[in-house]
Design a protein. Structure first.
Lengths: 111, 113
């Protein structure tokens, strides 16, 4: 079975802090994705990566950056957290030509 | 747990009945479709997929139907159980590489005993 893990299920941070969200997949997938999910807005793509050290902006990249130094790991970085970044963050991975498999999510609260 | 989405359409069914969840997709060039199930507080779970060269695919208790003429996708769940209660999303892959998906808003399925 595909396994996508995220470093934290729940996280509470203060405004202005730098936040790292880690995602690891164990299926050697080429593609990895970061989404946020908010009530009434559905899933919105922040960034994705199709290869090591490669990244592409999604629909809402502002305020975020990403890092993919190894194929299995894709990190989302909030350089200076703000209250409007309080959300559920979901990581996904997919093979070329296949469906996306999601992690359990990280619920981030920024105070 | 916190709800996945507010004001989602809701389908209420009795335990043991069959459920049909519908989805209209947007892009006639989409070539791959997926249904996801999301329980409260959890990440979306891959249920079943179908490629555009098929019009029906069956899994365990689930069937996906694809009508490309009207850009419509449906998920049928046989003998619905309380554990099927969740939000269900369809997703379409518009191609062009990278496996980017466009997600539907979702439908909440409520199963009553």
């Amino acid at each position: 079975d595909v396994k996508v893990t995220q470093s934290s299920r729940y996280l509470v941070k203060r405004t202005g802090e730098k936040v790292f969200l880690e995602c690891v997949q164990d299926m050697d997938h080429e593609n990895m994705f970061w989404y946020r999910q908010d009530p009434g807005l559905g899933l919105r793509l922040i960034y994705f990566s199709y290869d090591v050290k490669m990244k592409e902006k999604g629909d809402i990249p502002e305020g975020y950056s990403v890092s993919r130094e190894k194929k299995e790991r894709f990190s989302l970085i909030l350089e200076s957290a703000s209250t409007n970044q309080t959300s559920m963050y979901l990581c996904a991975s997919s093979p070329a030509g296949g469906g996306q498999f999601f992690g359990p999510g990280t619920r981030l609260t920024v105070l | 747990g916190e709800s996945v989405g507010l004001h989602l359409p809701t389908l209420s069914v009795q335990e043991g009945d069959n459920s049909i969840i519908n989805c209209a997709y947007s892009n006639s060039a989409s070539d791959y479709f997926i249904w996801y199930k999301q329980e409260s507080g959890k990440g979306p779970q891959f249920i079943i997929d179908i490629r555009s060269n098929m019009d029906k695919r069956q899994g365990q208790r689930v069937t996906v139907l694809l009508n490309k003429t009207v850009k419509h996708l449906s998920l049928q769940i046989a003998a619905t159980q309380p554990g099927d209660s969740a939000v269900y999303f369809c997703a379409e892959n518009v191609g062009g590489g990278y496996n980017k998906l466009i997600f539907g808003a979702g439908t909440r399925l409520a199963v009553h005993p």
